[in-house]
Design a protein around this ligand. Structure first.
Ligand SMILES: C[S@@+](CC[C@H](N)C(=O)[O-])C[C@H]1O[C@@H](n2cnc3c(N)ncnc32)[C@H](O)[C@@H]1O
Length: 273
């Protein structure tokens, strides 16, 4: 059995119930320059024609990429439920959308000019296999551009939510805790270099960007409660967390009813050397 089997089974089960959760939570978020995290990633590969989206989910990023005429697009994801949503997008009728593992890509060598991955690389185990596979399917000089989660900005609702969540998880029975996901090295520039360098990639260009998710409390709750950790929690526990969150952010709600909320993304970009 693969060492990543429990993690991947968890991700598949979670996305069977929540096939578009990431796009629903984060597509409305904005960087200081007005772009969403998906648009930022799209711009990182603006010169590339053949683009693969690793962990493409419901296909939102691919749809943005498809706005550039002449692109040849492919997407891969573990979740057949998320892929079904991607396949239903008219803009992706020509895209090659495959169910599978990033560790064993079903694509030929040198077939892509760029590989993008939005909020997915940091969930993947056996990360050296992923790096080697991406290097294999990219043409020489090919670009790898990823958006990775970078935690709370601080002093806003996401930070308070994470504190409440930590207390909730400490009190939750073991059966309601999720397996450890991904490889910690994807959370730092040095760690990512350690993973990608041996596969032939140059040192990563690493940028931290705050993404604003502020809005009415229900909207902010919908965004933050999409985290994987909530998946196995029972209804009563989630409802308790929701109530505690609403109470916790009351003092920071502005007079026009907005709750300040933000998270950081890391934009990591490199090329095959
Ligand atoms: C947080 S979601 C992001 C989805 C999409 N990229 C987005 O941002 O809207 C992570 C996605 O990566 C996929 N994923 C995680 N590990 C994977 C793996 N080893 N191979 C393929 N897909 C994987 C999950 O199934 C999930 O759809």
């Amino acid at each position: 059995m693969k060492t990543t089997a429990p993690q991947e089974a968890f991700l598949q089960a979670f996305h069977a119930e929540h096939p578009a959760v990431t796009a629903e939570a984060f597509a409305g978020g904005r960087a200081p320059d007005g772009r969403s995290s998906y648009e930022i990633l799209c711009d990182q590969v603006s010169g590339s024609t053949r683009v693969l989206d690793l962990g493409c989910g419901d296909g939102l990023l691919l749809e943005l990429l498809a706005r550039t005429p002449g692109r040849q697009l492919a997407g891969l994801d573990l979740s057949s439920h998320s892929l079904a949503l991607a396949r239903s997008r008219p803009a992706l009728s020509e895209a090659r959308l495959e169910a599978g593992r990033a560790q064993e890509l079903p694509f030929p060598d040198n077939g892509f000019d760029a590989c993008v991955s939005h909020m997915a690389l940091m969930l993947m185990g056996e990360i050296e296999h992923v790096a080697a596979e991406v290097a294999r399917v990219l043409a020489p000089g090919g670009v790898l551009a990823c958006v990775l989660g970078g935690g709370a900005v601080g002093g806003e609702a996401y930070e308070r939510f994470l504190t409440l969540l930590r207390h909730t998880m400490e009190a939750a029975p073991a059966a309601q805790r999720i397996p450890a996901l991904g490889d910690r090295r994807t959370r730092s520039r040095e760690g990512l270099d350690e993973v990608l360098g041996p596969a032939g990639f140059a040192a990563v260009d690493w940028e931290t960007v705050p993404i604003d998710l502020s809005g009415p409390v229900e909207q902010v709750w919908a965004a933050v409660s999409g985290l994987y950790d909530l998946g196995p929690l029972d209804r009563t526990t989630v409802e308790g967390l929701r109530k505690a969150f609403f109470a916790e952010v009351r003092d920071m709600t502005t007079s026009d009813g907005r709750v300040p909320c933000a998270f950081r993304i890391r934009v990591a970009t490199t090329r095959l050397a």
